[in-house]
Structure formats: C-alpha cells, structure tokens
Design a protein around this ligand. Structure first.
Ligand SMILES: NC(=O)c1ccc[n+]([C@@H]2O[C@H](COP(=O)([O-])OP(=O)(O)OC[C@H]3O[C@@H](n4cnc5c(N)ncnc54)[C@H](OP(=O)(O)O)[C@@H]3O)[C@@H](O)[C@H]2O)c1
Length: 361
C-alpha cells in the first residue's frame, strides 16, 4: 500500500480541465508536498497543449495535457488521481477502472461517487473489488454531496443519543456556474418549459440527494423505504444577469429541489436545496442550516453558504493524504478521517495521535 513519505512529494494526476479540474490543478500546484505529474483531458483537442497556457496560469509548466489515460499513468506514475470529469458512476467508471487496476488511488468529485451504492450496489461492489485487487483506495467527495448535506449532519448526530429526524437546507448562489449547470437547473426557461424539462429529465436540479440520504441512513442504521424528490421553478420577478446568462421577470432563476426520505413509515430525512442566480436581487440570503430533532436537539446555521466550487476543490485536494493512508478499497467521507486543510504540507496531514510516528524514518 502507498503511504506518504515525509521526504517525497505525493505524485498527483488530475482528470478534467473544466471549472473544477482547473481549480484543482491550481490548488495542487500551490500545495506543498504535492507534485502535479500529469493532467488528463477528455477533449482530444486539448492533448499536447501546455497546461500553463491551456489554463491561462500565466506561466509555462513544462507539462502537457494528455488524452490517453493509460499512457499518462504509465509515464507519470501517479500515486493519486483526482477525477473532475463527470457526475455519474457509469461515466466515471471507464476512467476509474484503469487507475485502480494500476494501483493508483483516486479522489473523485463525481456526485454519484459520494455514495455509489445509491446508484448501483453492483458497481459499488465492483469498484471495491477492483480497488482492493489493485491495492488502491477510492473516495468520492465534494461540497454536496460529500459534505454539507450528509457528512455534517452525520457528524452533528454524534452528540445525540436519540435522532428522530434530520433536516438540512442549503440555499446557494448559482451565479458563478457555467452553461452546463445553468441548463440542468432550468435557468432561463419559462415555468412551463421548466416543468416539461423536469418530466423529460433535461432539468435535473441537484445531483446527489440519493447519495446524501444513503450516507445519512447508513450512518444512523436507518432503512430508507422511499425517497420522494420535488423540483419547483424559482421564478424571477426582476432582471438578473451573470457572465453566462441574462433573464427577465417571469423566467426561471433556478430550481428549488427537495428530497424527503421515509423510514419506518415516517419522514426521517428532509433535504432542501433552492439554487438560483443572483439571489441577493430579491433579498434571498444564502446559507446552510442543519437541524436534528432528537435528544438533544441540534441546530447549526451559517450564512452565506459554504462556497461550493472553492469547497469542492479544497476537499478534493485535502483528501489526498486521507486516500493515501487508507486501506485499499472503496471508501466514503463517513469512514475516512475528515480531510483537513493542507496549509503546511501534505506530509504534515498524516494523523499521528502518538506524535512519534515517522521519527525513525
Ligand atoms: N460532489 C460535488 O459536490 C461536486 C461539486 C462540483 C462539481 N461536481 C461535478 O464535478 C464535475 C466537474 O465539474 P466542472 O464544474 O469542472 O464541470 P465542467 O467545467 O463542465 O467540466 C467537466 C468536463 O466537461 C468537459 N468540458 C468543460 N468545458 C467543455 C466545453 N466547453 N466543451 C466540451 N467539454 C467541456 C471537461 O473536459 P476536459 O476533460 O477535456 O477538460 C471536463 O472533463 C461535474 O460533473 C460536476 O457536476 C461535483
């Protein structure tokens, strides 16, 4: 099994040069103890481009983007890959398989990787087998799913002796997101077109409720009987504009997506996630709130919301020491030590309650 050496930087391969991938690359380059040894892009036209130029980093990096994953793995010999190419498990799989087979541990921000069994227990088991066989660890993370609406509620339940119901709300601003996300949230549509989009599956809202509910239920030992999801348009009454879109009054500014899970015939988990562009223009305050009905009752609330893109980039990078120190196999944010920020260096993030480990190395 791979471990962090106090002397050598951790060799990182990134997958994806989109919004998150580019941010992850910047963060890897800035983190002491991590070394970027390769960058994979799905777009073949990106192959051969200098990474620094392609991402407008303002400097030449002496590292070109590759589009042949097997070749990159063989040439760069990464210890950890960070995947930022997709949302779905079936889409992530063709990249995960060769990485795990080659013994490369993986942090993925694909939403369905946060709790893969929610999409397919068979694929989750297959990934676990592949990772164990390759001697690699695999983790799905991100702000949500992966942190705000699942890990945080589970962590807070640790102070309760009885939990009857967990509810969590994340009100966030979509203004920084690009066209793909805006389209999947129905931004710019008429309310009628939004509803048709929901029926047709083109307006998806938030990706990740079954994963978050799966994590919470698994941690609390709850058997979920049913999950009901609702997607409602957030209709703007004012003009709103971002870098990517301008909408008029009467058009959809975002999607109010909720999921309710039933356990033992009653509502046990409610996740509420209204997302819209420029919420401040109608006086909407963003924020994250978690409430537990139980003994003791718990309520934790913060405003504005934890910044989604920045937090996802940070979690992906901060999880590197955790996967490197983990046993081979499929993991979730529930079973690995919580990632901590790496302001010092990746090496310093190795947990050592005795304070003595590594002294003789
Ligand atoms: N778990 C979480 O909390 C969380 C949080 C944020 C995002 N995510 C997910 O992580 C994934 C990556 O997010 P992102 O914001 O980086 O998405 P993105 O910018 O759309 O990039 C994702 C993929 O799309 C490709 N792409 C980007 N721009 C393109 C263009 N103009 N034409 C063709 N292809 C293009 C990229 O290709 P290359 O590979 O060639 O660069 C990349 O592999 C998404 O699926 C997102 O939903 C999860």
């Amino acid at each position: 099994m791979q471990r962090i050496s106090p002397r050598d930087p951790v060799r990182i391969l990134t997958l994806g040069t989109g919004q998150m991938g580019a941010g992850i690359i910047r963060a890897v380059l800035e983190t002491p103890g991590l070394e970027l040894v390769g960058s994979f892009a799905r777009r073949r036209e990106r192959a051969g481009l200098d990474l620094g130029q392609a991402l407008a980093l303002g400097r030449h990096l002496d590292l070109t983007i590759g589009s042949d994953l097997a070749q990159l793995v063989a040439g760069a010999r990464p210890q950890v890959a960070i995947q930022a190419t997709c949302s779905r498990l079936t889409d992530a799989l063709p990249e995960l398989e060769p990485l795990l087979e080659a013994g490369v541990s993986v942090v993925s921000i694909a939403e369905e990787m946060a709790w893969p069994a929610a999409s397919s227990p068979e694929l989750a088991a297959r990934l676990d087998r592949l990772a164990r066989a390759g001697g690699a660890a695999l983790l799905g993370t991100g702000v949500n799913p992966g942190f705000v609406l699942d890990l945080l509620p589970v962590a807070l339940s640790g102070v309760c002796t009885r939990v009857e119901r967990i509810s969590a709300t994340r009100v966030n601003d979509l203004s920084a997101y690009g066209p793909t996300v805006l389209a999947s949230q129905g931004v710019g549509l008429t309310p009628d077109a939004f509803r048709r989009g929901v029926d047709a599956g083109t307006v998806a809202g938030h990706f990740g409720f079954p994963q978050s509910i799966g994590m919470i239920a698994s941690a609390l030992g709850w058997e979920v009987e049913q999950i009901e999801e609702r997607r409602e348009p957030i209709v703007s009454s004012v003009e709103r504009e971002t870098l990517f879109i301008r909408i008029s009054p009467g058009q959809v500014a975002g999607c109010h997506h909720t999921a309710v899970a039933q356990v033992a015939g009653r509502e046990a988990i409610r996740l509420d996630h209204p997302q819209q562009i420029r919420p401040e223009l109608e006086g909407v305050a963003t924020g994250d709130t978690i409430e537990i009905r139980g003994a003791p009752g718990v309520r934790l609330s913060g405003s504005p919301e934890i910044a989604g893109a920045a937090a996802t980039i940070a979690l992906a990078v901060n999880a590197v020491p955790r996967v490197l120190e983990a046993a081979p196999g499929l993991h979730s944010m529930l079973d690995l030590p919580v990632p901590a920020a790496l302001p010092g260096a990746a090496h310093a993030a190795v947990l050592d309650p005795t304070g003595t480990r590594g002294r003789d190395e």
